[in-house]
Design a protein around this ligand. Structure first.
Ligand code: DGP
Length: 118
């Protein structure tokens, strides 16, 4: 379901670019971040091209996609053995530090994380 040939996450979802995939469902693909910041750093990515979580909030099928992201987060956390906790982050827009314009949630864990976000 690649919708944007210029989008690296669409290309990964379509199997046209390599990634270390850890979870797949009809709606979501999850793969390890290229530049991990913790022992587990997985990106949860809807296959459908939506620019950010902000846009997802009024996209067609938003409820199913939001649910699928949460289900994927829990499944990955369990398969990665993160019983002690983990963090979910979604960067939105330039001031949010978003560098890839396809909605994704970072799932980070495998070590104690600082309560401070920045
Ligand atoms: P953000 O700054 O929130 O847009 O995060 C984008 C993340 O995507 C960043 O941590 C690096 C990762 N990334 C960028 N390109 C690729 C890629 O081609 N493959 C993988 N696995 N990760 C990528």
């Amino acid at each position: 379901m690649s919708q944007n040939q210029n989008c690296i996450f669409c290309r990964i979802a379509a199997g046209e670019a390599p990634a270390d995939i850890v979870y797949e469902s009809e709606e979501i693909i999850a793969f390890r971040d290229l530049n991990p910041v913790a022992p587990t750093h997985v990106l949860l990515v809807p296959r459908k091209h939506v620019t950010s979580l902000h846009e997802l909030a009024d996209a067609p099928g938003r409820a199913a996609l939001a649910e699928a992201l949460l289900v994927a987060a829990r499944a990955v956390a369990e398969s990665e053995g993160l019983a002690n906790g983990y963090r979910l982050i979604s960067n939105i827009g330039p001031d949010g530090g978003q560098t890839v314009g396809h909605v994704h949630i970072h799932l980070i864990g495998g070590k104690p994380l600082s309560p401070r976000l920045i």
